[in-house]
Design a protein around this ligand. Structure first.
Ligand SMILES: [Zn+2]
Length: 255
């Protein structure tokens, strides 16, 4: 783990993360969720392993990393947390029985995440852009179903990089959300849109982070997903704003 730990407490909300995504041409989907109150990160000083280019590419580079599946832990019925921050990924999966308390709310998002998303969408709108929710909370069963479908369409390597097995998607936490533009562009079609640039520059202003940054596959286990944002709260997000390309795994000392 690189970096140090902050002291603060976070997230009263338990949730699960999501991972899983959209294949090269925009197929599957995976829910994500993040959420919870964020912890103060004033003392944190974690730098990213990979830096981000000034201008994001208009196509997604094919990730070459393969996931270290041997690291995977047993699914848990309560989300794994570090200093109160929920971390759900291929290493820390959720059990099928985990359903966040806000699953019945709009898009199944945690209240803090939902409120922040409204503010962000309003800000984007004021700048002439539209952010639409494609997918928020995704149940374990939904993940299992989409993974099963993806299995019939993609080879094992692609499947592993772009889709989460059930329980390994941050979307099960209701703290993450996949967004599109007004036309519903997603996957590779979303790259290069003003909305993609907006999220890259401003999501952190509202407490969200780009959960799967460009070139972060080796750490996150997932391909770059500029449309998938995870709510971590304003303090933690502010740290990410200063360190483009940082992953939540690195920040929490779990990389
Ligand atoms: Zn997602």
């Amino acid at each position: 783990m690189r970096g140090k730990r902050w002291v603060a407490v976070v997230c009263a909300l338990a949730s699960v993360g999501c991972a899983a995504g959209t294949p090269p041409s925009g197929g599957g989907a995976a829910p994500a969720a993040s959420g919870g109150p964020a912890a103060p990160a004033a003392s944190v000083s974690v730098s990213p392993a990979v830096t981000q280019p000034a201008v994001l590419p208009s196509t997604r580079p094919k990730p070459t990393a393969t996931w270290r599946s041997a690291l995977a832990q047993e699914p848990v019925t309560t989300p794994f947390t570090v200093d109160g921050v929920v971390l759900v990924n291929r290493v820390h999966p959720l059990a099928s029985s985990y359903v966040p308390p806000w699953a019945g709310q709009p898009n199944g998002l945690a209240p803090e995440a939902s409120a922040a998303l409204k503010l962000m969408a309003a800000d984007a709108k004021a700048r002439g852009m539209t952010l639409k929710v494609r997918s928020g909370y995704r149940s374990y069963a939904q993940q299992a179903s989409s993974y099963a479908n993806a299995r019939t369409e993609y080879d094992a390597v692609t499947l592993d990089l772009y889709f989460a097995k059930a329980g390994m998607s941050e979307h099960q936490t209701g703290l993450a959300v996949d967004l599109t533009d007004a036309a519903g562009r997603r996957g590779d079609a979303f790259l290069g849109t003003p909305e993609a640039r907006y999220l890259n520059e401003h999501a952190t202003d509202f407490g969200f982070i780009i959960r799967y940054p460009l070139n972060g596959t080796e750490i996150t286990g997932y391909a770059w997903e500029p449309w998938h944002v995870r709510y971590v709260g304003p303090e933690i997000a502010a740290h990410f704003a200063q360190h483009p390309g940082l992953t939540l795994e690195e920040y929490l000392g779990q990389a």
